[in-house]
Design a protein. Sequence first.
Length: 137
Amino acid sequence: MDAINQITTLRARLVSVALGAALLAASQLYGAEMMTKSGSFKGPKANTGFVTHAREGGKLVLTLSDDFKTPDTPDPHWQVVDSKGTVYMLQKISLKDNKMNRKITLPSYVKDVAKVVIWCAWAETNLGEAAFDKPVM
């Protein structure tokens, strides 16, 4: 009887481990689908790094990569362009004390993002942009 109990217990443990591994793999695939990476920034002043897009709590969030360097300009801002070509100027990137707005939550009226532009509001010029392969929602 002990041998049967041991086999049953072992079988239950193996099934638990297999289910756990399957759940872990599924959650990683789900997370990978939810995060999208843009192409590299290209422009006269913003030409390093990229942007990632993810959903956090049902909201669209954009994050600058760690290798992104803030352009040395007076007033760089986040700007996004949707799939219809509508442009939205958002938060300022540079903050006081050399801090940076690396991550923003998009307002609900922005339905998708085709590309991210680093915009100098003072000079009213495009400092660089990074596009997604297809618009992210």
